[in-house]
Design a protein. Structure first.
Length: 277
């Protein structure tokens, strides 16, 4: 069995408040557990609550995969409690490029004057791994993670987890290909049991019809494109993810309703959602 739990589902910036309380205002963090192997995708502010849960299960080994290192995907790590505890091991994976590595990005956000505790002062054991599109890793027997490239300013990786004949795919911060589905993502999501996809905008928000402010080129997608990819890939469930911080709970509900008209087994991610396959 693969158990997927959503700890942070917003994009760009945390969005707390009464109008977002039900869906949740924390930024990206998704936990995927395959038997005894714990995988975490991104360390947005949602990872703080995950850390509180895991405090009861230490010592820990965690495999933390970063889609990319924009702030909303790394900003929660300095508040991830297990990172401060000796005996825990955290493997951190991400793409290295001319602008640096996951290690340099994580260290940078914890340097003075940004944060009082430096990365190298954490008591846990941190192990950094450079990862590239096309790579596949065997984390444990029958637990494989495969990376693919998406489309986002500065680059982004999407991931597929295979275990026990089941598959969960995590695709965030990617912009769809105009006029055609992104075959890289379709290939990654082929026959996936759970397809998590950046559905940040409605089509009207994306092209500027909603408010005169086009989001084209910002590196994000729509529920309409997510449904197209899910259908083309033969995915069983499509999870709308990385909600715009300006979308209220009611807005997200309406986005879900419209997505279900295109792909019936679609659901919007919310904090606390757990899916077992």
């Amino acid at each position: 069995m693969i158990r997927t739990t959503f700890w942070g589902v917003r994009g760009s910036i945390p969005a707390p408040g009464p109008e977002t309380a039900r869906i949740g205002g924390n930024t990206s963090c998704v936990e995927v557990v395959c038997g005894g192997t714990r995988i975490v995708f991104d360390s947005g502010t949602g990872i703080r609550m995950l850390g509180q849960k895991l405090a009861r299960q230490m010592p820990l080994e965690v495999h933390l995969f970063f889609s990319h290192v924009h702030w909303d995907h790394i900003q929660g790590f300095p508040f991830f409690g297990p990172a401060f505890v000796k005996g825990n091991t955290i493997h951190m994976y991400g793409e290295a490029n001319s602008r640096g590595t996951v290690e340099s990005a994580m260290a940078g956000q914890m340097e003075f004057p940004n944060f009082p505790v430096k990365l190298n002062q954490l008591a846990s054991t941190l192990v950094f791994h450079d990862l590239y599109a096309g790579d596949s890793l065997e984390l444990a027997p029958d637990v494989k993670v495969t990376a693919a490239a998406g489309t986002h300013p500065g680059g982004v990786l999407a991931y597929r987890v295979d275990h026990g004949g089941r598959a969960v795919v995590y695709v965030t911060d990617t912009e769809h290909v105009h006029g055609a589905v992104d075959e890289r993502i379709v290939g990654l999501a082929k026959d996936a049991d759970v397809f998590i996809y950046d559905s940040m905008y409605t089509p009207e928000e994306y092209d500027g019809r909603a408010d005169g402010r086009s989001r084209i080129g910002w590196g994000h997608s729509t529920f309409e494109e997510g449904a197209r990819i899910a259908d083309a890939a033969g995915a069983k469930k499509y999870v709308l993810f990385h909600h715009d911080p300006d979308q209220t709970d009611s807005d997200v509900d309406e986005k879900e309703r419209r997505a279900q008209a295109l792909f019936p087994n679609a659901v919007c991610a919310y904090e606390g959602l757990t899916i077992d396959v």
